[in-house]
Ligand binder design. Structure first.
Ligand code: NAD
Length: 462
């Protein structure tokens, strides 16, 4: 079996990057996608999705990277096939497997006619039990071949963040490999040893343990984010308290660590919000309770409402709320479950005029918000229109705003600096400057939360 030719089924946000990274490390890669635009983009040396550095990776590896719509041909040509197709959430919150099973049928048909060993790697996020109970039997049935003999099967999810997918793939914290047998795991690990710039530990185990590990990492990280957000909410009501000071110290404890411990906004994106729901649904199915996963999901939703209520207090009459940042994080145009979109919806449902701007995500935001909001062409336009301006995504473009950008004759806009980008930079000279997670306003004024809003309104009017 030749390990040097690899096929990648699914050329989306994750698969396109994996195909390009493998090609960059010297593998011959055949990408497969049902979407002709993705296939065409790869074959023309263009990135099919937005992701930093992807265009460069695709264009500089044209001679090793091609794409097709034909999964069977791709399997015939390669020794390994990675599956990175969607696994959307079903009505009960668990991940659907139909896209995977569709690809598995194609792989099975190709394997039936193939006489060399093939390694099949499921990289999409699937539910615990799926690989063993659904994927493996179908692959054996369609191919007429035996797993562990004629082909190997691995479950190998990626731990990447959109906006840094290439860097994350090249420098993972670990290689998580659920394997049908040692040969399959060894082969997959050897591919990663060629691809990774670092030397990550390999966590090799059964399918179900790997599936559970993947979803556990995400549910744990979101619980940590929610913990910091809970601290922020408390700090806002505790005179003199500052969440950044507290989490900065809490994170120094080596049992806790500093990453993902910033009390700010709800987590969003295509993965995090659905993982706690899926985890809780899975727990219920097996007769266990996942109270913590349910609480994390609930508290994440409440967090946006809490911010929305605060803004409502500031924009009486027909004053406009301005939202800077609609992608769920900087470096990506993805708006799925983004706090900026959720806040815009919350305010529009309560008839508050909303103006929005994002350096990258405006086209995607239009798909979510339609014509319910004003789409500004710049941050300056939002600041000009709005009484209250919230910085919801910590884009570099927003970091470079200055107090002068908020100077307006006869009025002081209210700036809510959700990520504390402007602390100590003199913004209170031109606007009413508020942050999330700090009780300092109330410490100065001794006001309640609604009193703080009243005070901010008065400043804004003045
Ligand atoms: N995006 C992330 O941040 C991320 C992170 C970790 C894990 N994941 C998981 O990776 C998987 C893929 O996610 P994504 O964000 O890349 O999805 P995506 O929607 O961006 O891309 C999926 C691609 O698969 C293609 N596809 C669908 N059916 C196909 C088929 N039968 N044959 C070939 N191609 C097909 C689609 O056309 C699309 O291009 C999901 O299970 C997701 O949960 C995603």
């Amino acid at each position: 079996m030749s390990l040097s030719t690899v096929s990648v089924a699914g050329l989306g946000k994750l698969g396109a990057v994996m195909a390009a990274v493998l090609a960059d490390k010297g593998f011959t890669v055949v990408g497969v996608d049902l979407n002709p635009a993705a296939v065409d983009a790869i074959n023309r040396g263009l990135a099919p999705v937005q992701e930093p550095m992807l265009s460069e990776y695709v264009s500089r590896n044209r001679e090793r990277l091609s794409a097709t719509g034909d999964i069977e041909a791709a399997v015939r040509e390669s020794g390994v096939t990675f599956l990175i197709v969607p696994t959307p959430s079903g009505p009960d919150g668990t991940f659907r497997l139909d896209y995977i099973l569709e690809v598995i049928r194609g792989i099975g048909r190709a394997l039936r006619a193939k006489d060399s060993y093939h390694l099949v790697v499921v990289s999409s996020t699937v539910m615990p039990g799926h690989t063993e109970n659904e994927v493996l039997p179908l692959l054996e049935e369609i191919s007429g071949k035996k797993c562990g003999v004629d082909f190997g099967l691995c479950y190998n999810p990626e731990f990447i963040a959109l906006g840094s997918v290439i860097r994350d793939m090249l420098n993972p914290d670990m290689l998580l490999i659920g394997e049908s047998d040692k040969k399959a795991g060894d082969l997959l690990e050897s591919i990663y040893r060629r691809v990774c710039d670092n030397q990550p530990p390999a966590a090799r185990m059964s399918f179900v343990n790997a599936e559970l590990t993947k979803i556990s990492v995400n549910t744990y990280v979101t619980t940590k984010i929610s913990y910091a957000n809970m601290l922020a909410a408390v700090c806002e009501r505790l005179p003199g308290a500052d969440v950044d000071v507290v989490t900065g110290a809490v994170g120094l404890d080596s049992r806790i660590g500093r990453k993902y411990l910033k009390g700010a906004l709800s987590y969003g994106g295509p993965c995090f919000p659905r993982d706690n729901v899926a985890f809780a649904a899975m727990a219920r199915r097996v007769g266990a309770e996942a109270v913590l996963a349910e609480a994390t999901h609930k508290t994440n939703r409440l967090h946006t409402e809490r911010l929305g209520e605060f803004v409502l207090n500031l924009v009486d009459g027909d004053a406009t709320a301005g939202i800077l940042g609609l992608s769920y994080k900087p470096g990506t145009g993805v708006v799925e479950e983004s706090p900026g979109i959720a806040l815009a919806r919350y305010l529009r449902e309560r008839s508050v005029p909303v103006a929005v701007y994002d350096p990258l995500a405006l086209p995607q935001a239009k798909g979510e918000l339609g014509d319910s909001v004003h789409y500004a062409g710049s941050a300056a336009e939002v600041i000009d229109r709005a009484r209250v301006v919230l910085v919801m995504t910590a884009w570099d473009e927003f970091r470079s705003l200055t107090p002068a950008d908020f100077a307006r004759p006869g009025a002081r806009p209210i700036l809510i600096d959700c990520w504390r980008l402007y602390q100590g930079k003199g913004f209170d000279t031109t606007c009413t400057y508020l942050t999330l997670g700090a009780g300092n306003r109330r410490a100065q004024t001794g006001l309640s939360a609604s009193g703080a809003a009243q005070s901010a309104r008065e400043h804004a009017a003045g």
